[in-house]
Design a protein around this ligand. Structure first.
Ligand SMILES: NC(=O)C1=CN([C@@H]2O[C@H](COP(=O)(O)OP(=O)(O)OC[C@H]3O[C@@H](n4cnc5c(N)ncnc54)[C@H](O)[C@@H]3O)[C@@H](O)[C@H]2O)C=CC1
Ligand SMILES: O=C(O)CCC(=O)C(=O)O
Length: 378
């Protein structure tokens, strides 16, 4: 992706973003905001996706992450049957030291400048309270706390969705849905991973867990004493070597790669992390290795379902019902993959492509005047 201009190798950014509709750089020196908003595809509706905050080592790392994450959102929205497209934002900074109200207000102004082409809320490194600040500047925010009229923390339905996915996978691989009977290696005890670990320990499961955040580990260790399951804390890199039934990645992406594949001793991978596979080819290698991969954009769609639903007004019952569909969706993806001897990722991608093609084939004359079924707040 480099080009030679007057003897100098430069990155061809238009080549890099060739599959994306729009990429916006946000720079606010006053608050220190440096962010990138990427809109991948709005065939199905306005882009929707959370905002991640991370101390990226370089602009290129941040750009690569937001491009992959926003493409994943197109898949996730299509697979969940939502009238939204794929988008995502990243803020370059350390959530522990750089998260200020001023920074999120500035970010809200950039979101507002897109005039409804992009809706956003929390992701890794950001909290619902951050978006209370952003929402002071724009209406295109979701996942804010219930006290402020939002649907609350979207990591709750995300965690529910992962648990339904674990049940479907357990049923497929081990012929039972009792999550308490299995052992798990959980990477990341943040908003989503912590809730999953808690629930699995409540159910009596054997849980191996790791996180870079000592306080999350301390808290879970304390809580685990009163729960029936067995918790073992392992080192950051040791999580890949754990002999467990299911690996549950709930931190960063690209963690399933050639190096970690060599180490994995699990029968299945089911987690909330976005973009778990470093490359698409890894899906075939997992299949060869006999490790069942539950596609991340199916497994982790609970939060998305909630934030999309929030535009009708918060309703947890409705969201939980829709999130349960992840169980059936995964079951049919496993069945299609088996029937056609393809990977689970291919089976899920075929489904996404059909949804996108269906919308593209609709009559554009009417589409121009189509009122979206979600409500645009005036
Ligand atoms: N919050 C949500 O509703 C959704 C989250 N996701 C994805 O799930 C993953 C987790 O999201 P959240 O829990 O919201 O984020 P979070 O920021 O609350 O938690 C992430 C946790 O991972 C830990 N971590 C970071 N690097 C690590 C490493 N190398 N090894 C072990 N632990 C590490 C962090 O210390 C933190 O505790 C992310 O990939 C996110 O994009 C996907 C869909 C929805
Ligand atoms: O969970 C959210 O707040 C929005 C959805 C999202 O960004 C995701 O599913 O990765």
């Amino acid at each position: 992706m480099t080009q030679n201009i007057d003897g100098i190798q430069t990155i061809d950014y238009f080549e890099k973003i060739k599959d994306h509709e729009q990429v916006v750089l946000c720079n606010d020196p006053h608050s220190g905001l440096k962010a990138i908003i990427a809109i991948h595809d709005t065939t199905l509706g306005p882009a929707l996706g959370g905002t991640r905050m991370f101390p990226y080592a370089s602009f290129e790392d941040a750009l690569d992450d937001v491009l992959r994450l926003s493409e994943g959102m197109t898949n996730k929205c299509a697979a969940a049957g939502l009238d939204f497209g794929g988008g995502k934002a990243v803020i370059i900074g350390d959530p522990k030291t750089d998260s200020t109200p001023a920074l999120f207000r500035a970010f809200g102004q950039y979101v507002d400048s897109l005039n409804g082409r992009f809706y956003t809320g929390t992701d890794m490194g950001t909290m619902p309270e951050d978006f209370v600040e952003a929402a002071k500047e724009t209406q295109f925010i979701n996942g804010i706390p219930e006290a402020y009229g939002g649907s609350g923390d979207s990591s709750i339905p995300t965690a529910h969705g992962v648990l339904y996915a674990l049940e479907a996978t357990s049923n497929y691989v081990f012929n039972h849905q009792d999550l308490g009977l299995n052992s798990y290696a959980i990477q990341g005890l943040g908003k989503v991973g912590y809730k999953i670990a808690q629930r699995l320990l409540e159910l009596g499961a054997t849980v191996y867990a790791t996180d870079i955040n000592e306080s999350a580990i301390e808290q879970l260790t304390k809580e685990a004493k009163d729960l029936t399951g067995q918790l073992t804390i392992v080192g950051l890199d040791d999580i890949y070597d754990v002999k467990a039934d299911i690996f549950v990645p709930c931190a960063m992406g690209s963690i399933i790669n050639d190096e970690t594949l060599e180490k994995l001793q699990v029968k299945a991978i089911v987690g909330s992390a976005n973009n778990q596979l470093k490359t698409k080819e890894i899906a075939e290698k997992l299949k060869q290795a006999g490790i069942v991969y539950a596609p991340d954009f199916i497994v982790n769609s609970g939060g998305l379902i909630q934030v999309a639903d929030e535009l009708y007004g918060p309703n947890h019952e409705r969201v939980l019902k829709e999130t349960k569909a992840i169980f059936n969706s995964l079951e049919s993806i496993f069945a299609e993959a088996d029937a056609n001897n393809i990977t689970t990722l291919e089976a899920a991608s075929i489904r996404v492509q059909a949804v996108l093609d269906d919308q593209r084939n609709r009559n554009n004359f009417f589409a121009r005047h189509r009122r979206p079924k979600w409500q645009v707040k005036e």
